[in-house]
Design a protein around this ligand. Structure first.
Ligand code: F6R
Length: 608
C-alpha cells in the first residue's frame, strides 16, 4: 500500500527520497510523487506509473538542490491512478504539500465544508481535504496546524507535511498507519518502514497512534495527543541493507523461497531449549493454555492459511477447540469470544488493517491476545498481550513465502507448548515433536532441490487457464496457500478443494487437460486421497502428485510425481508448500508476470 519518505538533512534530499521510494516499491503502488522546498518555494513533481518514471520526470526539471523533501507511492483507493490523484497534494495557496497513507472517512463532509469556504478541489482523493484543512488551520506554526487538523479527521493516516514557510522542517502524524523516524547525524528521515530509511540510518523511533512530530536537521520532537512533548525509545535495525536487496537473484521471491530454511531455523532456534519449547521471551504461560476454552486465530490471506495449519496442529496435539477466522469478517460476525479465550493474530507486517481490527475486537471482549508477527515494533506486536516474533527478516516480494514458513514454525511451537501445558504431551513426547520440528530447515533445503523439476513442469503447464489444488487435512490447508500463490503471481485462475469435496459439484469443471495438483502427505488419508485423484484423472485431468511416498507416475493416478522428504503429517505443510511456491514462481515467469509486484496487490494492506 502507499508509502511515505521524508528527508531533512545535510545531503541533497532528492536522491535520498528517490532511493527510499525505490525501497518502498514492494508495498505495491500505481503512482508516485515528490515535493521539495527549493529557494523557499514549493515544487511538486508527480506521475502515474513507476518510480523510474518519476525519476525521469524529476531529471527533466534539471538539477534540484534542496535539503528537505517528502515523497510518496500511492495505491489508489479514492480516485483512479492518475497524475492528478498522485501525492503530494498542495493547499490552495500553493505553500503546503502533504503526503498521506490511509483513508479519511469523513472526507466528504470536510470537502463540503472546505468548498463552502472557497477551497477548490482538483483531485478525487480523500487526501486533498487534508491539504486544504491544514491551510485553514495554519497560523504560522506547522506542527500546531497539523495537530488541529488531525483532531478533525476520522479514519486512518500517516501524514507528512512540508511548508514553504519553514523550508527545513517536516511535520508528521500517525493514526492506525505505520510511520517511523530514522535518527541520523545532522539528518533525519521518516518512512513507512525500515527499508525506506536504512540507507540513511539504522536508528529509529516508532511514532504511536495520535502522536505528531517535528523533524528538522537538528532533531526530532514528538508530541502526544494532549500536545505534551514525549521522549521515545530508539530502536536499532538489526539487519543489514543487503538483506533487502536481491543478492544476485532475479527476483526477491526466489531469493526469499531459498531463504526459508534460515527463516524457519531463526524462528525456532531461540525458542527450543533441550528439545522443549521455551516461551520465556513471550508472556505466554502454561496456565493460559490449561484454562483456555477456545483459540481464535485471526488473519488474512497467506497468514490465515498458516493459521489453518495452526488450527490442525493445535487441535490435534493440545485438543483445544480452535477456529481460523477471516479477519475482515471476524468483528462483524458478533464473535463468541471472551476472557476465557485466546486470540492468536498472525501477520507478517503487523499492520494489516483487518487483522488489527479483529484483534482489537477480541481484546474489547476480554480475550487474551498473542501476535505471531514478523515486523518488530509493528502495531500488532505493540498491541497484543504477548508476541512471538517470526525471525524471517525483511520480506520484500509482495507474495509471502519465507514469512509464511516462519509462521508455520511459530504455530508448531505454540501447539507443542499448549499440549504440554495441558498435560497431554509428556516431556518425552514433546521432545519427539521438537526434534522433528528442528529437522525442518534441513528438509526445506532438500525440497528446494526440486527446483529444476518444477521449472520443467511449469514450462509444460504455464498455458493452462485453470488449476485445482486438492488435499485432505493439513494437505488441504497447504493447498489453499498453494492456490493463492499461483493466482497472485501468475494470474491463473485456481481453486483449492478438500479432495473429498470435489465430487459434490466442482468435479463438473474437470475436463481434458485441466491441471490438478494433489497433495498427499498424510498416511492416514493417503488411500482416500488417491481415490479422489483417480476420479479426476479418469475425467482427463493432468495430475501432479506432491507426496512423501516412494511412488512413480502411474497413468491411472498421475502424470508427474514431485517427491518431498518425509516428516510427521502435522508438519508436512512446511515441505509440501515449497514446490508449490516454485510452481507459482515459474508459471508466473513463463507468463511474463511482474513476479515481485503482481498487479493490483500491495504488501501491507493498511485499509479495510
Ligand atoms: C499473499 C500475501 C497476503 C498476506 C496478507 C496478510 O502472498 O502475502 O495474502 O498474507 O495480506 O498480510 P500480513 O501477513 O502482513 O498481515
Amino acid at each position: 500500500m502507499c508509502g511515505i519518505v521524508g528527508y531533512v538533512g545535510k545531503n541533497n534530499a532528492v536522491p535520498v527520497i528517490l532511493s527510499g521510494l525505490y525501497k518502498l516499491e514492494y508495498r505495491g503502488y500505481d503512482s508516485a510523487g515528490i515535493a521539495v522546498i527549493e529557494n523557499e518555494a514549493l515544487k511538486v513533481i508527480k506521475t502515474k506509473g513507476r518510480i523510474k518514471d518519476l525519476d525521469e520526470k524529476i531529471r527533466s526539471y534539471g538539477e534540484i538542490n534542496t535539503n528537505c523533501a517528502i515523497g510518496h507511492t500511492r495505491w489508489a483507493t479514492h480516485g483512479a491512478p492518475s497524475d492528478v490523484n498522485s501525492h503530494p497534494h498542495i493547499s490552495k495557496n500553493g505553500r503546503i504539500a502533504i503526503v498521506h497513507n490511509g483513508i479519511i472517512e469523513n472526507f466528504l463532509e470536510l470537502r463540503e465544508m472546505l468548498e463552502a469556504k472557497g477551497f477548490e478541489f482538483v483531485s478525487q482523493t480523500d487526501t486533498e481535504v487534508v491539504a486544504h484543512l491544514f491551510e485553514l488551520n495554519y497560523k504560522g506554526n506547522a506542527l500546531e496546524a497539523l495537530q488541529d487538523t488531525t483532531k478533525q479527521l476520522r479514519g486512518s493516516y500517516a501524514i507528512g507535511v512540508v511548508t514553504a514557510d519553514a523550508p527545513s522542517e517536516i511535520v508528521c502524524a500517525r493514526k492506525d498507519n505505520p510511520l517511523i523516524i530514522g535518527i541520523g547525524e545532522g539528518e533525519n528521515i521518516l518512512g513507512s518502514d525500515i527499508p525506506a530509511i536504512i540507507g540513511t540510518t539504522k536508528n529509529y523511533i516508532i511514532l504511536n497512534d495520535n502522536e505528531t512530530a517535528r523533524v528538522t536537521c537538528e532533531g526530532v520532537e514528538v508530541y502526544n495527543a494532549l500536545g505534551d512533548n514525549v521522549s521515545k525509545e530508539i530502536h536499532v535495525v538489526d539487519w543489514d541493507i543487503s538483506a533487502a536487496e536481491k543478492g544476485g537473484y532475479e527476483h526477491f521471491m526466489m531469493k526469499e523461497i531459498c531463504e526459508q530454511a534460515k527463516a524457519v531455523k531463526d524462528t525456532l532456534s531461540p525458542r527450543i531449549t533441550k528439545l522443549l519449547p521455551n516461551m520465556s521471551e513471550t508472556k505466554l504461560s502454561p496456565e493460559m493454555f490449561k484454562n483456555v476454552r477456545n483459540i481464535h486465530i485471526v488473519a488474512c490471506g497467506s497468514a490465515l492459511y498458516a493459521g489453518l495449519v495452526g488450527k490442525h496442529i493445535i487441535e490435534k496435539l493440545a485438543r483445544i477447540p480452535c477456529l481460523a477466522n477471516v479477519a475482515s469478517e471476524f468483528r462483524y460476525n458478533d464473535p463468541i469470544i471472551d476472557e476465557n479465550d485466546l486470540c492468536i493474530v498472525v501477520s507478517q507486517s503487523g499492520e494489516t488493517a483487518d487483522t488489527l481490527a479483529a484483534m482489537r475486537e477480541a481484546k474489547k471482549r476480554g480475550a487474551k491476545t498473542l501476535a505471531i508477527v514478523n515486523v518488530v515494533g509493528s502495531s500488532a506486536a505493540r498491541e497484543a498481550d504477548s508476541v512471538l516474533y517470526t525471525w524471517a527478516g525483511p520480506e520484500i516480494a509482495v507474495a509471502t513465502t519465507k514469512a509464511y514458513s516462519a509462521q508455520l514454525s511459530a504455530m508448531y511451537l505454540v501447539a507443542v507448548y499448549a499440549a504440554m501445558s495441558k498435560g497431554i504431551l509428556t516431556e518425552e513426547m514433546a521432545m519427539g515433536y521438537c526434534k522433528e520440528i528442528m529437522d525442518l530447515p534441513e528438509l526445506i533445503d532438500e525440497v528446494i532441490k526440486t527446483r529444476e523439476q518444477v521449472q520443467y513442469l511449469a514450462s509444460i503447464y504455464s498455458n493452462r487457464s485453470s488449476t485445482f489444488f486438492i488435499g485432505r487435512g493439513i494437505d488441504y490447508a497447504a493447498a489453499q496457500e498453494a492456490s493463492l500463490k499461483l493466482k497472485e503471481i501468475s494470474y491463473v485462475h485456481s481453486e483449492a478443494y478438500a479432495a473429498g469435496e470435489l465430487k459434490h459439484g466442482t468435479i463438473s469443471l474437470i475436463e481434458d487437460g485441466t491441471l490438478v495438483v494433489a497433495l498427499a502427505n498424510d498416511d492416514d488419508v493417503y488411500e482416500k486421497t488417491l481415490s479422489n485423484i483417480k476420479s479426476v484423472k479418469a475425467r482427463g485431468a493432468n495430475v501432479i502428485l506432491v507426496t512423501n511416498k516412494n511412488v512413480t507416475a502411474d497413468p491411472e493416478i498421475c502424470d508427474h510425481v514431485i517427491k518431498i522428504p518425509k516428516t510427521i503429517a502435522e508438519l508436512s505443510a512446511s515441505l509440501s508448500i515449497v514446490p508449490m511456491q516454485l510452481l507459482a514462481y515459474y508459471i508466473g515467469v513463463y507468463r511474463g508476470c511482474d513476479i515481485d509486484m503482481p498487479r493490483n496487490l500491495a504488501k501491507s494492506v493498511t485499509v479495510e
